[in-house]
Design a protein around this ligand. Structure first.
Ligand SMILES: *[C@@H]1O[C@H](CO)[C@@H](O)[C@H](O)[C@H]1NC(C)=O
Ligand SMILES: *[C@@H]1O[C@H](CO)[C@@H](O)[C@H](O)[C@H]1NC(C)=O
Ligand SMILES: *[C@@H]1O[C@H](CO)[C@@H](O)[C@H](O)[C@H]1NC(C)=O
Ligand SMILES: *[C@@H]1O[C@H](CO)[C@@H](O)[C@H](O)[C@H]1NC(C)=O
Ligand SMILES: *[C@@H]1O[C@H](CO)[C@@H](O)[C@H](O)[C@H]1NC(C)=O
Ligand SMILES: *[C@@H]1O[C@H](CO)[C@@H](O)[C@H](O)[C@H]1NC(C)=O
Ligand SMILES: *[C@@H]1O[C@H](CO)[C@@H](O)[C@H](O)[C@H]1NC(C)=O
Ligand SMILES: *[C@@H]1O[C@H](CO)[C@@H](O)[C@H](O)[C@H]1NC(C)=O
Length: 422
C-alpha cells in the first residue's frame, strides 16, 4: 500500500497526542511558579518617579490609534532590532518559565526582533503609561486557554516596567491570575476557561485533557466571576480541535452526546453571545475576541518534502501562507456569531500575521507536564517540540500592540462623544 500524504482535512485533528501532553499541565504552573522578585534596579531608578506626575487626562493623539480604514492585519514582518523586543526575559519578573525560551536554552534570539508592519499604515507604538491611564479604576480580563495566558503575560510584561516595585503585584487565585497596578487601581487579569463555556476542564490547576466534557449551553459558572470587568478579551480554539468529535451536553446535563466539533463550537459561541448580549453594557464595557492562534506542527506545509515541525526555525515565512491547523470552518462560525451579535464585539484577527511566525514557538525550550524538557527530550524535537505556544518576548506582544491601539481608540471615541469639556 502506498502511503499518501494525509489530506488537510484529516490533518487538522492530529494535534492531539502532542497537544494532550502539552495542555494537561495547562495551568499547573498557576500555583507552581514562584514569582521571581528580582527587578532591574536600573530601571527602577529610571522610572521610579514617573508615576507621580501622570495624573493628567490621557493625551491620545493620532499616532496612538490605528488610521481609520487601515486593516492592520494585512502586512509583513520586518527586521527591527532597534525597537524590538520591548522587554527582555530578565526585565520581566512575572514571566513563567514555560515561555522564557532564552533561559531555557534557545540560542537564537532573532524571533524577538521582528516588527509587524501593516501594508498601509503603522502600528501605534505601545505606551504603557497611556494604557495605564486608560485603565485607571478598571479591570481588563483575558479569558481563554494557555495561549491566552501567554497574551496575558505579554501584556503584564509590556506594562509592568513603568511601575516601581511596591506599585505592582501578581496574585494567583485559580482560575484567575491578577496583576494589579496599585496607584492606578487597575488590574490586568487572566481567567482560565479553555472552552469559554463551562466544562469539566475548568479546574485551572488540575484538568484532564483526555476526558473532556463541554457544557454547551452553560456559561453561568464563569459568567458569575466576570461581573465588573470593564474590558474583555476572549479566545478559545485549540481545546476543541482534539478529535473530529467532542463529548458535550446541551439541555439535560445527563445527556452526554458526541458532537461534531464545528457544531459544538457554534452552540458554545451562541451561548457566549447570549451572555454578552444580556450581561454586557456596551456603554461602559468593551469586548474583544481573538481569532485562532496558529500552530506549526508540520514543516512540510512550508518546506516541501521536509518531515519536521517548528523546531530549528529561525525566520518568519514570507509570501502567502495559511496552515491547515487554522480551521476555516471555525473561522466562519466566529464571523457569523460576531455579525449577529447586537453588541459590537471587535474581532482581533491575528491568525494570518501569526501564521508567518513558524520561528516564534517555544519548541523544545519550554515545558511538558509542568517541567522543562530534559536534555534527552530536547534532542528529540519530533516528539517533544511545542509548536503551539509562543516564546516571550515574541508574537503575543504584537497581538497586544494591536489590542492597545484598539483600546486607546475606543477610549478616544468615547471621550469625543462626551464632548470637549470632559
Ligand atoms: C498631546 O500629544 C501631542 C503629540 O504627542 C502633543 O503635540 C500635544 O501637545 C499633547 N497635548 C497635550 C495637551 O499635552
Ligand atoms: C541589528 O541588525 C543588523 C542587521 O542584521 C546588524 O548589522 C546589527 O549588528 C544588529 N544590531 C544589534 C544591536 O544586534
Ligand atoms: C477601584 O476600581 C474599582 C473597579 O475596578 C472600583 O469599583 C473602585 O471604586 C475603585 N476604587 C477607588 C478607590 O477608586
Ligand atoms: C486531579 O483530579 C483528579 C480527578 O478529577 C484526581 O484523581 C487527581 O488526584 C487530582 N490531582 C491532584 C494533583 O490533585
Ligand atoms: C482543583 O484541583 C485542585 C487539585 O486537585 C484542588 O485542590 C482544588 O480544590 C480544585 N478546585 C476546584 C475549584 O475544584
Ligand atoms: C465520549 O465519551 C465516551 C465515554 O466516556 C468515550 O467512550 C468516547 O470516546 C468519548 N468521545 C470522544 C470523542 O472523546
Ligand atoms: C538547525 O538549522 C541549522 C541551520 O539552519 C543546521 O545547521 C542544523 O543542522 C539544524 N539542526 C537540526 C537538529 O536540524
Ligand atoms: C480573518 O482573516 C483571514 C485572512 O487573514 C480571513 O480569511 C478570515 O475570514 C478572517 N476572519 C474573520 C472572522 O473575519
Amino acid at each position: 500500500m502506498i502511503t499518501q500524504p494525509p489530506s488537510s482535512r484529516q490533518i487538522q485533528f492530529l494535534f492531539t497526542i502532542a497537544l494532550a501532553s502539552l495542555l494537561v499541565l495547562g495551568t499547573a504552573r498557576l500555583v507552581l511558579d514562584n514569582l521571581k522578585k528580582s527587578q532591574s534596579s536600573f530601571l527602577q531608578l529610571l522610572l521610579g518617579n514617573a508615576h507621580q506626575v501622570l495624573r493628567l487626562p490621557v493625551n491620545i493623539s493620532n499616532e496612538d490609534v490605528i488610521d481609520d480604514g487601515c486593516n492592520v492585519f494585512e502586512g509583513n514582518w520586518v527586521w527591527d532590532n532597534t525597537t524590538y523586543p520591548f522587554y527582555t526575559e530578565d526585565r520581566c519578573p512575572f514571566l513563567v518559565k514555560q515561555v522564557t525560551c532564552q533561559r531555557n536554552g534557545r540560542r537564537d534570539s532573532l524571533y524577538q526582533n521582528w516588527r509587524w508592519q501593516p501594508n498601509y499604515c503603522n502600528l501605534p507604538r505601545f505606551n504603557a503609561l497611556k494604557l495605564l491611564e486608560v485603565l485607571r479604576d478598571k479591570r481588563l480580563m483575558f479569558v481563554g486557554d494557555s495561549i491566552q495566558r501567554g497574551m496575558f503575560e505579554s501584556m503584564v510584561c509590556l506594562v509592568q516596567s513603568v511601575l516601581p516595585d511596591g506599585e505592582k503585584s501578581l496574585k494567583r487565585i485559580p482560575p484567575r491570575k491578577i496583576f494589579t497596578a496599585k496607584e492606578y487601581n487597575a488590574s490586568i487579569e487572566y481567567f482560565w476557561a479553555p472552552f469559554i463555556v463551562d466544562s469539566t476542564s475548568d479546574n485551572a490547576t488540575n484538568h484532564t485533557v483526555l476526558k473532556r466534557l463541554v457544557k454547551l449551553d452553560s456559561i453561568a459558572k464563569h459568567g458569575k466571576q466576570w461581573e465588573g470587568v470593564d474590558i474583555f478579551v476572549f479566545e478559545s480554539y485549540i481545546w476543541w480541535m482534539y478529535k473530529p468529535l467532542i463529548n458535550a451536553t446541551f439541555g439535560s446535563p445527563h445527556n452526554v452526546q458526541e458532537y461534531k466539533v464545528a457544531t459544538a463550537y457554534r452552540l458554545a459561541l451562541e451561548t457566549w453571545a447570549n451572555w454578552i448580549e444580556t450581561r454586557v453594557n456596551p456603554h461602559n464595557q468593551k469586548v474583544y475576541f481573538m481569532s485562532m492562534s496558529p500552530t506549526h506542527l508540520w514543516s512540510w506545509e512550508w518546506k516541501h518534502g521536509s518531515e519536521g515541525n517548528c523546531f530549528n526555525e529561525s525566520h518568519p515565512i514570507h509570501g502567502s501562507y495559511w496552515g491547515t491547523g487554522s480551521n476555516l470552518e471555525i473561522m466562519e462560525i466566529v464571523r457569523d456569531v460576531l455579525e449577529q451579535l447586537k453588541i459590537d464585539v471587535t474581532l482581533l484577527n491575528i491568525t494570518q500575521l501569526s501564521e508567518f511566525r513558524k520561528d516564534g514557538h517555544t519548541s523544545v525550550y519550554g515545558e511538558r507536564r509542568g517541567k522543562l524538557l530534559t536534555r534527552e527530550q530536547r534532542s528529540d524535537p519530533n516528539n517533544f517540540a511545542d509548536c503551539i505556544h509562543w516564546c516571550l518576548p515574541g508574537v503575543p506582544d504584537t497581538w497586544n500592540e494591536i489590542l492597545y491601539a484598539h483600546i486607546l481608540k475606543n477610549y478616544q471615541s468615547k471621550s469625543n462623544k462626551l464632548g470637549p469639556s470632559s
